[in-house]
Design a protein. Structure first.
Length: 312
């Protein structure tokens, strides 16, 4: 019985597990973009070792930029490449003016607290001459929305917009100035910035710095369209007017102006429907009519072409 108990109390003894290597996994999240006179590199460090265990403490990052000569030699590139210092926890910058027209190679590796590194991960970035920032950006209140104009050299621009307390977000890519934002609403503040953008490869763009902002609160100062196809038809004791309906959503009414025997036009009626019967008429007199459209804020269109009717 004692032998059985002794056997039951023993743990399993197998081969000892090998120690963990604790080598950081490779950096796979690298984003590099030319912005103004700088190459901006954003790096997300690996979270796991090559064996799939969390890296504790988080690894440091070695980020470098330089020209990769053929045939490529990793050690030679690393020795000549410029080491970048972070400007944000995961963001690095390097001036690019000396590399215009060349392809810059960015290398990143993670280094654990034990000194072991992940090996280099590379990203190649074509560099272009520094793009000029658009200037003199203006925002104009127009009937179709807000019209943005700017000065800039070359073609290809990105428009950014901000509303209320939100951040600036891209709303349009356009070839050149001007551009009209047709999605705006009256009495709401908008801010705009413009950026030059050039495609440098199938998957990459170079950007200028963002322009100074232009701010506007559009107002409805625009009248409805002029009523069209006004007709005046004499009847035995009236003149019957009709015209095409306006389609503006804020249309409030129509105004009819009348002239009798060549006298100055005077307002004769205001109504919601595109028709009116003028019963204040007399035989032998000539009547001329013009019609306008009015919106809910009182903006009035130009007058339609005059039409004439004469009662016999």
């Amino acid at each position: 019985m004692a032998a059985i108990l002794a056997l039951a109390g023993c743990g399993y003894e197998g081969q000892p597990l090998p120690p963990l290597a604790n080598v950081p996994g490779r950096v796979t999240a690298v984003a590099a973009k030319q912005r103004g006179s700088l190459l901006v590199v954003e790096v997300t460090p690996p979270q796991l070792t090559t064996e799939g265990f969390p890296i504790k403490p988080p690894p440091s990052l070695d980020v470098r930029a330089g020209i990769a000569h053929e045939p490529f030699n990793e050690a030679a590139w690393a020795a000549s490449a410029r080491k970048l210092m972070p400007v944000e926890p995961r963001e690095y910058e390097v001036p690019v003016s000396e590399w215009a027209g060349k392809e810059l190679t960015v290398g990143v590796r993670a280094i654990g607290a034990n000194g072991k590194d992940s090996g280099w991960s590379f990203e190649s970035v074509p560099v272009v001459a520094v793009l000029v920032t658009p200037s003199d950006v203006t925002a104009k209140n127009v009937a179709a929305g807000v019209e943005i104009e700017w000065n800039g050299s070359g073609a290809g621009y990105r428009i950014y917009r901000k509303t209320n307390d939100n951040d600036f977000t891209p709303v349009a890519d356009v070839p050149q100035s001007p551009w009209t934002d047709t999605s705006t609403q009256y009495d709401r503040q908008y801010e705009y910035k413009v950026q030059r953008v050039v495609k440098v490869s199938d998957t990459r763009e170079a950007e200028s710095e963002l322009s100074a902002e232009a701010r506007i609160t559009p107002k409805d100062i625009f009248p409805p369209a002029v009523p069209s196809n006004l007709e005046a038809t004499p009847a035995p004791a009236s003149v019957e007017l009709s015209w095409n309906s306006d389609t503006e959503p804020d249309l409030a009414s129509y105004r009819v102006y009348r002239s009798v025997n060549g006298a100055p036009f005077e307002k004769a009626a205001e109504l919601e429907l595109p028709a009116w019967s003028d019963r204040d008429v007399q035989a032998g007199k000539s009547y001329r009519y013009e019609v306008t459209a009015v919106d809910r804020l009182g903006n009035e269109s130009e007058r339609s072409p005059a039409v004439e009717a004469r009662l016999q």
